[in-house]
Design a protein around this ligand. Structure first.
Ligand code: ZN
Length: 94
Protein backbone atom coordinates (compact mmCIF):
# COMPACT_ATOMS: atom_id res chain seq x y z
CA UNK A 1 0.00 0.00 0.00
CA UNK A 2 1.35 3.39 -1.00
CA UNK A 3 1.36 6.37 1.32
CA UNK A 4 0.78 9.36 -0.93
CA UNK A 5 1.59 12.85 0.33
CA UNK A 6 -1.20 14.95 -1.18
CA UNK A 7 0.18 18.49 -1.71
CA UNK A 8 -3.08 19.89 -0.28
CA UNK A 9 -3.97 17.45 2.55
CA UNK A 10 -0.75 15.69 3.55
CA UNK A 11 -0.01 11.96 3.72
CA UNK A 12 -2.96 9.66 3.04
CA UNK A 13 -3.49 6.01 2.15
CA UNK A 14 -3.45 4.97 -1.51
CA UNK A 15 -7.11 3.90 -1.31
CA UNK A 16 -8.15 7.58 -1.20
CA UNK A 17 -6.59 8.25 -4.63
CA UNK A 18 -7.11 7.35 -8.27
CA UNK A 19 -4.31 7.29 -10.82
CA UNK A 20 -5.16 9.27 -13.95
CA UNK A 21 -2.34 7.95 -16.09
CA UNK A 22 0.63 9.66 -17.66
CA UNK A 23 1.06 13.36 -16.95
CA UNK A 24 2.50 16.11 -19.14
CA UNK A 25 0.89 14.79 -22.33
CA UNK A 26 1.01 17.66 -24.81
CA UNK A 27 -1.97 18.24 -27.11
CA UNK A 28 -0.83 18.73 -30.71
CA UNK A 29 -1.76 21.95 -32.28
CA UNK A 30 -3.05 23.94 -33.88
CA UNK A 31 -5.67 21.26 -34.45
CA UNK A 32 -5.97 21.82 -38.20
CA UNK A 33 -2.21 21.51 -38.65
CA UNK A 34 -1.79 18.26 -36.69
CA UNK A 35 -1.51 15.05 -38.68
CA UNK A 36 -3.64 11.95 -38.06
CA UNK A 37 -0.55 10.25 -36.66
CA UNK A 38 -0.02 13.09 -34.16
CA UNK A 39 -3.66 12.89 -33.06
CA UNK A 40 -3.54 9.12 -32.70
CA UNK A 41 -0.37 9.41 -30.63
CA UNK A 42 -1.98 12.06 -28.42
CA UNK A 43 -5.26 10.18 -27.92
CA UNK A 44 -4.20 6.54 -27.66
CA UNK A 45 -0.49 6.02 -27.02
CA UNK A 46 1.19 6.42 -23.66
CA UNK A 47 4.65 5.62 -22.40
CA UNK A 48 5.02 2.55 -20.22
CA UNK A 49 8.56 2.85 -18.86
CA UNK A 50 10.34 0.50 -16.53
CA UNK A 51 11.54 3.04 -14.00
CA UNK A 52 10.48 6.61 -13.27
CA UNK A 53 7.07 7.55 -14.61
CA UNK A 54 5.27 10.87 -14.23
CA UNK A 55 1.59 10.38 -13.42
CA UNK A 56 -1.50 12.41 -12.60
CA UNK A 57 -3.30 11.43 -9.41
CA UNK A 58 -6.67 12.52 -8.05
CA UNK A 59 -7.41 12.73 -4.33
CA UNK A 60 -10.96 11.53 -4.85
CA UNK A 61 -11.74 10.77 -1.19
CA UNK A 62 -10.17 13.98 0.04
CA UNK A 63 -9.73 17.40 -1.47
CA UNK A 64 -10.66 16.39 -5.04
CA UNK A 65 -7.52 17.98 -6.45
CA UNK A 66 -5.34 16.62 -9.26
CA UNK A 67 -1.57 16.65 -8.84
CA UNK A 68 1.52 15.02 -10.34
CA UNK A 69 3.56 12.14 -8.97
CA UNK A 70 6.96 10.85 -10.09
CA UNK A 71 6.89 7.14 -9.26
CA UNK A 72 9.17 4.24 -10.05
CA UNK A 73 7.07 1.58 -11.80
CA UNK A 74 9.28 -1.24 -10.51
CA UNK A 75 9.66 -0.32 -6.83
CA UNK A 76 6.61 2.03 -6.56
CA UNK A 77 8.87 4.48 -4.74
CA UNK A 78 7.56 8.04 -5.09
CA UNK A 79 10.39 10.49 -5.68
CA UNK A 80 8.40 13.71 -6.17
CA UNK A 81 4.88 15.06 -5.74
CA UNK A 82 3.97 18.43 -7.19
CA UNK A 83 0.90 20.47 -8.03
CA UNK A 84 -0.47 20.97 -11.51
CA UNK A 85 1.39 23.80 -13.22
CA UNK A 86 4.55 23.25 -11.18
CA UNK A 87 7.73 21.71 -12.48
CA UNK A 88 9.24 18.66 -10.84
CA UNK A 89 12.12 20.78 -9.50
CA UNK A 90 9.77 23.26 -7.83
CA UNK A 91 7.64 20.55 -6.29
CA UNK A 92 10.24 17.95 -5.40
CA UNK A 93 10.13 16.99 -1.77
CA UNK A 94 6.80 18.69 -1.11
ZN1 ZN B 1 -5.87 16.07 -0.95
Amino acid sequence: MLLIDCPYCGPRSEIEFRCGGESHVQRPGPHDAASDEQWADYLFYRHNPKGEHRERWLHMAGCGQWFNVARDTVTHKITAIYRMGETIDAGAGS
